[in-house]
Design a protein. Structure first.
Length: 527
């Protein structure tokens, strides 16, 4: 990704994309779930973009459960044997393609870290790919793609959640040690015992052709998150393709700078009863530098989810509904949001989010509902959600329910308990886990109102307004509604005023300056 220059800054990276999920409500792992997800991402091609070479895409990918049948076979090829379904962890590595020394160095550090943390290193696997389908730009920046297979030595001593936490810490330690050694940049799309991410600087139609694993009949999953990226005034890269380690996102985070700063500010207070204090520095920085808005959200979400809150609770914290104006919410749910509002600032902006921890897969909308999320449920127990209505090629006769997410709503499939979780159920359960209403009542401190002195109106107000460039239109259209209704005025989009340099009226100094590029072009509302 280019360095900051002129008006461009990597911190302004936003995306406008197509996203969706496919899941079997009964938790049955089948090949058909993956096939439908791959079909859906192809049908979202119009939401992605192509380079001038007509082959290099902005990015496409899929997140699924680890396909046990496929990797049991691969483990046996390495001379090992798996006993339990959840005993395998897979680290997916994008290594520097041309630097053999760096590749060997990263492999050595990764093996040292997993062994030091009590895991068994089963060996490395070169991911089978077909590079001939790549466009010129995608091929030039393509990494060497390998997987590190690891196992827990004794499933009785390390629970599933503890195994996942060890893999999370191992990934962070690998990244920290390599950064300290000034190792050339590399990326780990996933390192988990539950999920695996196949993605790249591809189009949706190239995804299955590039990754040969996705063509393997043994690849079975009960859930899938799919994504087609359109990078809005950003630079497509392999690491910034979606899904990230847990989240895929259509939209943008408009509060990103504040969110990143507040997460960084709280790092010094980070603690966890199940973590060795010596491991806490490995989690810093929580938000990895150089990422997009979506990757930053994924960093925060992953930490909250894996540290014990779970994916649904974590997303309710990060992307809350407009609970103050939702009359249908119970007092308990309001207290849940009010409590967490004191701990975490909302990641706000137009957003349709799909996310999964490998057990639960879910989708939600931001509180303004500015991105589409439409779903179907079939009588066979299939759940499909996406950015478009017609994806998935589901016969209408098999559909028993169809709908869309409203602003601030969430829907989920729990593949372990074999349940479809509705918005009200998700929020009610989260609110009932702790006595949030009591905590808010006992712990919330509010500042007393400070009496304000009415400002004096200068006698020469008109000349002052003229000096500062106020017009009659601004007084009537912008300021008057704010005074009368205590809210910002609402108007239609578009600016048909003449450029300041061509205007016959006096304009403010800063109005003579315009950005050289459209920093954000995706529309506020995605119909």
């Amino acid at each position: 990704m280019p360095q900051a220059q002129g008006l461009y800054n990597p911190s302004h990276e936003h995306d406008a994309c197509g996203v969706g999920i496919v899941a079997d409500i009964q938790g049955r792992r089948t090949r058909s779930i993956l096939e439908r997800a791959l079909s859906c991402v192809c049908q979202l091609a119009h939401r992605g973009a192509l380079d001038a070479d007509a082959k290099s895409g902005d990015g496409a990918g899929v997140l699924t459960q680890i396909p046990t049948k496929l990797f049991r076979r691969e483990v046996e090829k390495l001379g090992h044997q798996l006993y339990g379904e959840g005993d395998l962890g897979i680290g997916f590595f994008f290594l520097p393609a041309q630097d053999k020394y760096a590749q060997a160095h990263i492999r050595r550090i990764a093996e040292e870290v997993v062994v030091r943390r009590g895991l068994v290193s089963l060996g490395w696997r070169v991911v089978p790919v077909n590079p001939r389908i790549l466009g010129e730009k995608a091929a030039l920046s393509a990494p060497r793609i390998e997987q590190l297979l690891v196992a827990r030595p004794d499933s009785k001593k390390l629970s599933d959640d503890a195994f996942e936490m060890v893999l999370f810490l191992a990934r962070n330690e690998i990244e920290h040690r390599c950064a300290a050694d000034r190792t050339p940049p590399f990326y780990i799309p996933s390192f988990s015992s539950r999920v695996i991410v196949y993605k790249g600087m591809l189009t949706g139609t190239q995804l299955k052709s590039f990754y040969l694993d996705l063509q393997d009949p043994a690849y079975e999953t009960a859930l899938a998150v799919f994504h087609q990226r359109y990078s809005t005034n950003t630079f497509p890269t392999w690491p910034l393709a979606h899904p990230f380690r847990m989240v895929a996102h259509n939209g943008e985070i408009n509060t990103l700078r504040g969110n990143r700063h507040w997460v960084h500010a709280r790092e010094a207070d980070l603690s966890h009863p199940g973590l060795d204090p010596a491991d806490l520095p490995l989690l810093h920085p929580i938000i990895q530098p150089g990422g997009s808005d979506s990757s930053s959200l994924d960093n925060a979400f992953e930490l909250l989810s894996i540290s014990g809150r779970g994916p649904l609770h974590a997303m309710l914290m990060l992307v809350p509904s407009a609970y103050r104006s939702e009359e249908s919410l119970s007092p308990e749910v309001r207290a849940f949001y009010e409590y967490h509002e004191c701990m975490n600032e909302p990641w706000d902006g137009p957003a349709a989010l799909a996310f999964s921890d490998g057990r639960i897969v879910a989708a939600c909308l931001d509180r303004n509902g500015l991105r589409p999320a439409r779903y179907k449920i079939t009588k066979e127990g299939l759940f499909l959600m996406g950015s478009e209505v017609g994806i998935g090629d589901i016969p209408e006769k098999s559909v028993i329910e169809k709908g869309r997410l409203a602003p601030g709503e969430m829907i989920a499939v729990d593949t372990i308990n074999k349940k479809l979780l509705r918005n009200s159920d998700i929020k009610s359960f989260a609110a009932s886990e702790k006595p949030y209403a009591q905590w808010v009542k006992e712990g919330l401190q509010t500042l007393p109102l400070i009496p304000a002195q009415l400002p004096t109106v200068p006698a020469d107000l008109t000349s002052t307004l003229l000096s500062f460039g106020y017009s009659d239109e601004e007084l009537k259209v912008i300021l008057l509604p704010m005074i009368q209704k205590s809210e910002e005025a609402t108007g239609s989009m578009g600016d048909d005023a003449a450029l300041a340099v061509f205007s016959r009226r006096a304009r403010l100094f800063y109005q003579y300056f315009r950005q050289l590029f459209a920093q954000v072009t995706n529309p506020p509302i995605d119909p």
